[in-house]
Design a protein around this ligand. Structure first.
Ligand code: HEC
Length: 118
């Protein structure tokens, strides 16, 4: 898959290191933001017990996906933009704009990229 391109950068490093790193971002804070924002109303997200909505897809496999929402390259900067304001990128999407700041969206992205579908 295309997603392996990023992995070659860390090929010599510990295998537990996720392929998409966000320097200075705090994944634990990201999970708290996900809970506060209510992302679970529309998504199943590991670490979020309730709610577990199904309007959007499950978010357990983003670290290996090549694309975001099936059409945007899965890179941290694109992910952050998507998390902040999906309709700005894709006007007919059912994903609403969030109230996340740039730094908060970085933390959320760090959490989502830390998830391992296994
Ligand atoms: C009202 C329902 C709703 C809420 C609330 C919502 N989303 Fe979404 N989300 C969607 C839908 C629907 C899609 C699919 C978008 C598309 O394909 O256009 C999506 C797509 C995504 C994607 C891309 C998934 C993929 O597999 O490519 C991510 C990442 C994501 N959402 C994260 C979040 C996060 C984080 C939050 C909370 C800040 C959130 N969403 C809140 C409905 C929602």
């Amino acid at each position: 898959m295309i997603g392996l391109a990023g992995a070659t950068l860390v090929a010599c490093a510990d295998k537990s290191v996720p392929p998409r790193q966000l320097a200075g971002a705090d994944a634990a804070r990201g999970l708290k933001l996900i809970q506060a924002e209510g992302c679970g109303a529309c998504h199943r997200i590991p670490g979020v017990k309730w709610p577990r909505g199904a309007v959007g897809g499950p978010l357990d496999d983003l670290s290996t996906q090549a694309l975001i929402a099936g059409r945007f390259p899965n890179r941290p900067d694109v992910m952050i933009a998507w998390l902040r304001d999906a309709p700005a990128m894709s006007p007919d999407t059912a994903m609403p704009a969030s109230g996340l700041t740039q730094d908060q969206a970085r933390d959320v992205a760090a959490y989502l990229y830390s998830l391992d579908a296994d």
